[in-house]
Design a protein around this ligand. Structure first.
Ligand code: MN
Length: 176
């Protein structure tokens, strides 16, 4: 997808996105590509999951947010790739600007690819399997593409493992 769509839709002077700083190096954390989940209180409230793949943040908007229950399937709409610096973005994107609304970093950490193929190849094939090392989310997750084209849609689900929880929805109880 590249960053062209991202750049086309942003007027950098209007938005906190122009005040990016380099992501800080983690101390004592697991190494690996980073992931971030940002709560985005836009016109329709959602959570943006972003995975670092080949130098960009490949992104999905998840209306209900991630679940910790393996029984749940969460709809995840693919959105434009974002620059890596976006992983630390918090603040208010002004009304009228693209994606206007409050953004907070809801969870952040690293992930490990659980397949034998490069993440880009998995993206093309429409199936990702990865292990999150976050502050709120831990363990295996999978993303499967269910619709291609303009409304590219995937389903996010939790694998059955130690990081799984029966309560399913960490979002309302841990919105901070
Ligand atoms: Mn968003």
């Amino acid at each position: 997808m590249g960053l062209n769509e991202y750049r086309r839709t942003r007027q950098s002077a209007r938005s906190p996105e122009s005040r990016t700083r380099q992501p800080r190096r983690r101390r004592g954390g697991k190494s690996g590509p980073q992931f971030v989940i940002q709560h985005h209180a836009a016109r329709s409230d959602h959570y943006d999951l972003r995975l670092e793949i080949d130098g960009v943040l490949v992104s999905w908007a998840i209306p209900k947010g991630p679940s910790t229950s393996p029984r749940d399937r969460r709809m995840a709409r693919r959105t434009e790739d974002h620059p890596l610096e976006y992983a630390t973005i918090e603040g208010t994107i002004p009304d009228g600007a693209y994606g206007g609304g409050d953004v907070i970093v809801w969870d952040r950490g690293t992930y490990a690819n659980k397949t034998d193929h490069a993440m880009t190849k998995c993206l093309g094939r429409g199936h990702l399997s990865f292990h999150l090392h976050g502050k709120k989310l831990h363990g295996g997750y999978a993303l499967t593409r269910v619709r291609e084209g303009e409304d590219e849609t995937w389903l996010l689900f939790k694998r059955q493992d130690g990081g799984a929880g029966a309560e399913g929805n960490p979002v309302p109880s841990r919105p901070e």
